[in-house]
Write a protein that binds this ligand. Structure first.
Ligand code: BGC
Length: 271
């Protein structure tokens, strides 16, 4: 089978990034970035900004998108940092697929970044630190149902987004923000009992204390490179929504294409 070029898009609260990936999830193009339009964003405005990020890149065969909110079957349910009021109900997956005539898969951004980071062994969690605080949990490389922990209160009625998101970092300063990050790590360890916690996102670079042995910072590019995992096997919750859009071109090692017989996802290292 000839090499598939995957267009990976990471939609963030401040920037929309895009790059092309080879079959192994390696970047094979420049990483393009355009500023995210101001909130609340109408669907057409979002599509236009995505087009702008993608237009300098070459041809592609399929598309993976990380979206900063709750997504089901490619449809936006919430978009706290972009505008839930304008985007809720928008079928981003279908809209992009019709626009480009290619199969498209849309998943929460932390889920996608997690796929880029994990080893595929044990309970692994990712926490992304950007405008909001994204999380995703994996068991032996298989993604668990998405929890919007970002909106769970953690301290004094403040949600994770409010406690360790970008606004809190700016307002409270680095020292206090770092103390909060340390507290969140301890708390997540108790709640999830992860074997490893990866910390990603643009603000991870501001962590200035020594991390415990079971926690590490991962490069922000994994928000893009993790997109390859969306094409390794069909997660049931995605498969349910993609039938009409385009059957995935699965590598022969990735198992069945049917919902009931799917294989766990592996991070790029696990293959
Ligand atoms: C959203 C999450 C998202 C995170 C990072 C939060 O505000 O609720 O879905 O993963 O920001 O973008």
């Amino acid at each position: 089978m000839s090499e598939q070029r995957t267009l990976a898009i990471d939609i963030g609260g401040s920037g929309i990034k895009a790059a092309l990936l080879d079959d192994k999830g390696q970047l094979i193009s420049e990483r393009e970035r355009v500023p995210t339009p101001s909130k609340p964003i109408a669907p057409e405005v979002l599509l236009k900004a995505i087009d702008e990020a993608v237009s300098p890149l070459g041809a592609f065969d399929r598309v993976s998108v990380g979206f900063p909110g709750y997504v089901r079957d490619g449809r936006v349910i919430t978009a706290p940092n972009l505008g839930t009021e304008t985007l809720s109900g928008f079928d981003l997956q279908q809209a992009l697929s019709s626009r480009w005539g290619k199969p498209v898969r849309v998943l929460n951004d932390a889920d996608v970044q997690g796929f880029g980071a994990i080893s595929g062994r044990g309970i692994e969690m990712i926490l992304t630190l950007d405008t909001g605080a994204g999380t995703a949990i994996f068991r032996d490389g298989e993604i668990m149902p998405h929890l919007e922990l970002a909106h769970h209160p953690i301290s004094g009625g403040k949600t994770y987004d409010e406690y360790i998101g970008n606004q809190a970092r700016r307002k409270k300063g680095k020292k206090k923000w770092n103390k909060r990050i340390a507290k969140v790590i301890d708390l997540l360890r108790v709640v999830v009992h992860f074997d490893h916690l990866y910390i990603g996102g643009g603000n991870a670079k501001d962590i200035d204390f020594p991390l415990p042995h079971d926690v590490s910072v991962v490069p922000n590019t994994e928000g893009l490179s993790g997109g390859i995992a969306l094409w390794r096997a069909i997660p049931p919750h995605i498969a349910a929504g993609t039938g009409a859009i385009g059957a995935p071109d699965l590598p022969s090692t990735s198992g069945s294409t049917t919902e009931g017989d799917h294989q766990p996802h592996r991070g790029p290292d696990a293959e």
